[in-house]
Design a protein around this ligand. Sequence first.
Ligand SMILES: [Zn+2]
Ligand SMILES: [Zn+2]
Length: 354
Amino acid sequence: MAKSTRRPQKIFAIVMWVLSVIFAGFLMALGNLVLRDIPRADQSITLENYIDLDQLRDLRKQERDLKEQMTPLKRAAEDAVEAQLTAQANYRATKSRFDNWIATRTATQSNATNPEVLSRTRELEGLSEKVRAAERIVESAQANQRKQSRSSNDVRLGINKLRDMARPAYSRAVRAKELRIFGFRLMLTLPLLLLSAWMLLTKRRSAYWPLYRGFVLFSAYAFFFELAPYVPSYGGYVIVIVGIIAVLVAGYFLIKQMRKYLERKQEEEARSEDIRRKSIDYETALKKIAAKSCPGCDRDIVTRDGVHSDYCVHCGIHLQRECPSCETRNVTFHRFCLCCGTENDELAKPAELA
Ligand SMILES: [Zn+2]
Ligand SMILES: [Zn+2]
């Protein structure tokens, strides 16, 4: 079954959608320009703004100084270890020469008073002293390194403590700033939302609806992209609460609409078939019949093979009939016979008032 809209009307509807979208696009661009040109008074907040800066500077300087000491200390320790190894090697070499020398002469001579033995023993003792001294240097260099690394740690801990102390004030400031930004954006978008809610409620049937629709699209964009991302989270509370309120409001209005619709339909169905049929809008009726739903009660049209579905089984409205002139079957809402063009006298008659 054909729909009744005229072709230019169909094209008009598409063009008007395009127009709505373009209109919304220009409004969005305008909104972005407005937001861009608004001077931003508050600079971005950092944790540093809330730290005792003198203390921080002091600790940073200590940190730098300690870092500068690190390389010389490390090199000194390396050098000390190297000197220690050399002293140890010298001692070992001399000791093994001495041991061999003693071993070759023990059989023949007494060692106790021999001046050469004494001088060699003294030489060995001197070398052993050197090894001990080198070890002491290594120990002190390593102790210096340990001291430096402990001091560095302490300074780092001090800086972290300063940052931790600044954190609560910083979080408060960040939250306050978020709230300010959100409040400002709400101030800009709330009037748009209210205006478009009003348009949705009152202007749907206006001939200028495509333009209103452009505005509604724009305010939906403003809500989702310019307002919603700036809602302060407070740990998710705001979003969840807004969601609950939105569902409750939407549910309330949908239920109310459905009750109104059912009441209206019951009232309509109480009227006579003739009056009901004639009160249905031509294009609405043809659209519904094309979708196989009854134009009177909006229920499915019941069909059975071999039987004409002339009436709605739910509300009794007349759906099809034979043309009085040529007996072709026609939809009762068509103004003229499909076959012979005879005018539909049932529609031509004015409806009798109940
Ligand atoms: Zn029906
Ligand atoms: Zn006919």
